[in-house]
Ligand binder design. Structure first.
Ligand SMILES: [Zn+2]
Length: 390
């Protein structure tokens, strides 16, 4: 039975689809088909939110100096297709995070394609000398200032657009003399597989007790919303897609009009009503979420505040109905794909196999990301239809 189950899992993943655990937005950097590229105008930034917003490059994590433990996270970029100005003569401009390096290398190719004979020029990279504003991402190797090697300013608007297309998380036509580009932190990237809820989040169990997510066991029944019957039910926890009490991550804290607060990772799906889901990061003040009222059952409640916060501990239980009620708010067990149905379908083999394990009693969750979720996440990069993103 074991090997048959394993084979089924693999086949299902190949045929069925895609999915993932949790984390900051997927779909960022993914493009739909060819389209005309519009240059950015002076002082424009993309996306149109402040740089430190979670949907852009995210919060600053503090300066990195040469003696910091985080200094080892910076990698040198020796790409021959990029010119590094290296004004300081220290090689600091070549140092950047892995994500920044990847985006920059992609951009270098677009620049050569766009303007044959011209190369990408980096005028500023990691800053160890304090030339930027206090919150600058240059201090963390997460930002670069760029121009073209011919210093033709008429190209900079288009250069900025190419940087957006290359996948930088925030691009700013900052001055007439350069474009500023930045990326999310590596730790927020590490979060992309899982970690939907923070540990202090509570759920109602079938015994009538309210418990923290961090204390739950596989096999326990917790309150959930059954999309098939549109009723509140108690649904069994099949597995934890992610379980890590010590991991620190960026979350969105969403406050509702009654004062209820929910802390989730940005690409987690929440229910607006009994059939509509939306990524947490796309929610706005004034949107309504489906909640479970102890007196009235299901109702909808308005969002009054959304803000980014740091929390330690990430927990992502998967129930057999694919949803759960956390802090009285109805949430999907899934993230990163904009369809509750597709997500639930992709996890069918897990639900199926869990059915065979049956009543093996309550089990302690294993640490880390559930391998099936991780695999689906990787697969999704290759086969997920683009209309399901964003
Ligand atoms: Zn800059």
């Amino acid at each position: 039975m074991r090997s048959a189950s394993a084979a089924l899992l693999v086949v299902a993943a190949l045929v069925v689809v895609p999915v993932w655990g949790c984390g900051p937005g997927r779909g960022v950097g993914r493009r739909r088909g060819p389209r005309k590229l519009t240059p950015l105008v002076f002082k424009q930034h993309v996306p149109n939110v402040p740089e430190n917003t979670l949907t852009a490059s995210g919060l600053t994590e503090g300066r990195i100096g040469r003696n910091d433990s985080r200094f080892k996270d910076l990698v040198p970029n020796y790409n021959q297709d990029i010119v590094f100005k290296d004004e300081e003569g220290t090689g600091a401009d070549r140092l950047m995070t892995q994500r920044c390096k990847e985006k920059l290398n992609t951009l270098a190719i677009s620049v050569m394609n766009q303007w044959p004979g011209v190369r990408l020029l980096v005028t500023e990279g990691w800053d160890e000398e304090g030339y930027h504003t206090p919150e600058s991402l240059h201090y963390e190797g997460r930002a670069v200032d760029i121009t073209t090697s011919d210093r033709d300013r008429s190209k900079y608007g288009m250069l900025a657009r190419l940087a957006v297309e290359a996948g930088f998380d925030w691009v700013y036509y900052e001055s007439r003399a350069h474009i500023h580009c930045s990326v999310k932190s590596e730790s927020s990237q590490a979060a992309k597989y899982g970690g939907c809820f923070s540990g202090e989040t509570t759920v109602l169990t079938s015994t009538g007790l309210r418990r923290n997510l961090s204390d739950l066991r596989i096999g326990e029944k917790i309150q959930a919303f059954d999309p098939a019957t549109k009723q509140l039910v108690f649904s069994e926890i099949l597995v934890f897609l992610d379980f890590d009490p010590s991991q620190k991550r960026e979350f969105l804290s969403i406050t509702l009009s009654s004062g209820r607060t929910l802390t989730v990772t940005p690409s987690h799906l929440l229910l607006l009503d009994d059939r509509t889901v939306k990524y947490a990061e796309k929610l706005q003040i004034g949107d309504f979420l489906l909640v479970s009222d102890p007196k009235d059952g299901l109702s909808r409640e308005e969002i009054v505040q959304v803000r980014g916060v740091w929390r330690t501990g990430v927990f992502a239980p998967l129930t057999s109905v694919g949803t759960l009620v956390v802090n009285d708010v109805v949430a999907s067990c899934y993230a990163s794909v904009d369809s509750q149905w597709v997500a639930h379908w992709a996890f069918l083999p897990v639900r199926w196999v869990a059915g065979f394990w049956g009543n093996s009693g309550l089990r302690k969750p294993e640490m880390g990301v559930f391998w099936y979720a991780k695999m689906l996440y990787v697969m999704a990069d290759f086969i997920l239809p683009s209309h399901l993103h964003e």
